[in-house]
Design a protein around this ligand. Structure first.
Ligand SMILES: [Zn+2]
Length: 284
């Protein structure tokens, strides 16, 4: 009998103040998730190999008993409001996936039903912090790598969300937050406090992947192929045409959030003391 799936969880872009024990970035600007002493990725258990990954929006309440975070997902409808329509949410989510797709051996496609999806995105059923990711993976490691089986992304519906940067770092940009959370769902960890999209502090200093982010994702999945790039461009154009795309990411003020975000890791993280923030049942 196989061991139950191990669950690892990362909270990102949380709102609680927690001072990190270190303040510099990992030297290379990236850090791969290490869970139970191994790396995790989608697809083959070999670094530098690509993967095709599906995602779906939660349109009904879903429960994941073993998930430490995002264990209760509410419909994404809960995230809609003033300036976020369903169409905007769908568009920004697709754009966030595209950001990773165009730089690595990854392809993402939306599916209608969550039971068919590798990654499920919903609102938090029990709102806390800002945004969370949950990664569950197969127990068997090959060359120190485990296959991710499912990932959950959840955002707090009690916080306001926005599209584009406006210098107000208390209201998080939906796309930027999703790019970061998806990075976790793909097997990346926080390299440090700032300077990369995968850094744990929300800033509006840049709206695209930074050198460390690129390095990390390409170590896991290799570089994007020409075919992928062409496909990604076509998809992007049709999305823009459909949605009359006009997100405002023009105001790139280098405003940093004074708040540190909280990192909450699952049990598989509890031996990883180099983390900032709350480590589940591990060290603070
Ligand atoms: Zn994070």
């Amino acid at each position: 009998m196989r061991a139950p799936l191990a669950i690892a969880v990362i909270i990102c872009a949380g709102s609680l103040l927690s001072l990190p024990p270190f303040s510099s970035l990992a030297a290379e600007g990236y850090r791969l998730l290490e869970l139970e002493g191994g790396k995790v990725k989608w697809g083959e258990q070999r670094l530098g190999t690509g993967a095709s990954i599906s995602y779906a929006f939660a349109d009904e309440p879903l429960a994941f008993a073993k998930a430490r975070n995002c264990g209760e997902l509410a419909p994404v409808e809960k995230l809609l409001g003033n300036n976020i329509s369903r169409q905007t949410l769908v568009r920004e989510t697709a754009a966030a996936f595209r950001v990773w797709e165009r730089v690595a051996g990854l392809s993402f496609h939306q599916v209608s039903h969550t039971q068919d999806a590798d990654i499920i995105f919903g609102a938090q059923g029990k709102p806390e912090g800002r945004a969370f990711a949950n990664v569950s993976y197969e127990p068997d490691a090959s060359e120190g790598i485990r296959t991710i089986k499912q990932a959950l992304l959840c955002l707090n519906p009690e916080h306001k969300w926005k599209v584009g940067f406006d210098g107000d770092v208390d209201v998080y940009d939906l796309r930027y937050t999703l790019i970061h959370e998806i990075g976790h769902a793909l097997g990346l960890d926080h390299p440090g406090r700032s300077g990369q999209v995968m850094a744990f502090r929300y800033t509006e200093a840049f709206d695209d992947l930074q050198p460390g982010d690129l390095l990390g994702i390409q170590i896991l999945y290799g570089q994007a192929s020409e075919a992928q790039l062409a496909n990604s461009r076509v998809t992007q154009i049709s999305e823009m045409q459909e949605a009359g795309y006009q997100a405002d990411h023009s105001n790139d003020n280098a405003v940093e959030n004074v708040e540190e975000d909280k990192i909450n890791s699952g049990m598989a993280f509890s031996d990883s003391a180099s983390y900032t923030g709350k480590l589940g049942s591990g060290p603070e």
